[in-house]
Design a protein around this ligand. Structure first.
Ligand code: NAP
Length: 271
């Protein structure tokens, strides 16, 4: 019987695309995010198109134990989770003024005049609330999901947990210290948990997308996108199906020797 996948952040972008991909292969899905309406619409689409079962559990990962409580609810409903994709995420709101300052600073650097650059004040201006919320959604969300999945998968002696990190977890940016920190910590959590669970048949891996054309990037203006694309080897943003392909491979038995690994999908991003 095909595996059942629990996907956080399934109402949009990469999570929704992976759900489509998994359902097209005949796998059942458990869809979670905050927007119940969008999850229900996707569930109806997948059930009609592929004849699979799509469960919907709406929850906010930024508060409480989110997925941890959810996994209890799901397993009590008699659903076995074979694959967990810890994918839900948010991006810091782009700051046009700060971006313009960073561009001006870069010009000064090219003129060998670093002393004249203007402070960006990213950390100094960050509120406790912004820092906490970013870590809660990404890092705590992944922790709660992984803890619950481990408890559920270990007795099965099988399972695959895939944590969606980011290229910024590998190469942090000054513009988003909270996002970069959360994504880097997810990589450490992935490696640590994989060591504990590998002997028990549960694989844990991370995927680091580069810049992918999903609603997450929508708040960026055109100039910001051009600046990003100029640093991408293939000369374009990635697509959600290019990430879903990688996640599907890692989730499948074809990746049976992959655990504790970090898979980058960046189109040759060099930023
Ligand atoms: P997206 O289209 O904006 O999707 C984000 C998903 O996360 C949505 O389903 C959203 O649903 C859910 N979500 C956000 N906050 C949540 C919360 N508090 N509780 C529960 N669910 C929440 O973005 P995406 O690009 O597919 O991002 C997916 C993952 O890839 C994220 O972890 C992101 O950091 C990572 N990533 C993306 C890029 C990129 O360039 N797009 C690059 C590197 C890494 P609701 O709004 O309905 O809750």
């Amino acid at each position: 019987m095909p595996d059942t996948a629990l996907i956080t952040g399934a109402s949009s972008g990469i999570g929704a695309e992976f759900a489509r991909y998994h359902a097209s292969k005949g796998g059942d899905v458990v869809l979670t995010a905050r927007s119940e309406a969008r999850l229900k619409a996707l569930a109806a689409e997948l059930e009609a198109a592929h004849g699979i079962k799509a469960h919907v559990f709406a929850t906010d990962l930024g508060t409480g134990e989110g997925v941890y409580a959810l996994v209890d609810e799901i397993t009590q409903a008699g659903i076995q989770i074979d694959i967990l994709i810890n994918n839900a995420g948010i991006a810091p709101a782009p700051n046009e003024e700060r971006f313009a300052t960073a561009v001006a600073n870069q010009m000064l650097r090219l003129e060998n005049n670093v002393a004249a650059t203007t402070p960006l004040n990213v950390i100094t201006d960050m509120s406790d609330e912004d820092w906490d919320y970013m870590l809660k959604v990404h890092l705590y969300g992944t922790f709660y999901g992984s803890r619950a999945a481990a408890r559920h998968m270990t007795p099965q002696r099988s399972g695959s947990i895939i944590n969606i990190s980011s290229v910024l977890g590998l190469r942090p940016t000054a513009m988003a210290p909270h996002y970069s920190t959360a994504k880097a910590a997810i990589i450490a959590l992935t490696k640590s948990q994989s060591q504990e669970l590998a002997p028990l048949g549960v694989r844990v891996n991370a995927v680091c997308p580069g810049y992918i054309d999903t609603p997450l990037l929508a708040p960026m203006n055109d100039l910001m996108k051009v600046a990003i694309v100029s640093q991408i080897g293939v000369g374009r943003l990635g697509t959600d199906d290019e990430i879903a392909e990688m996640v599907s491979f890692i989730a499948s038995p074809k990746a049976s020797y992959c655990t504790g690994e970090v898979f980058s999908v960046t189109g040759g991003y060099s930023g």
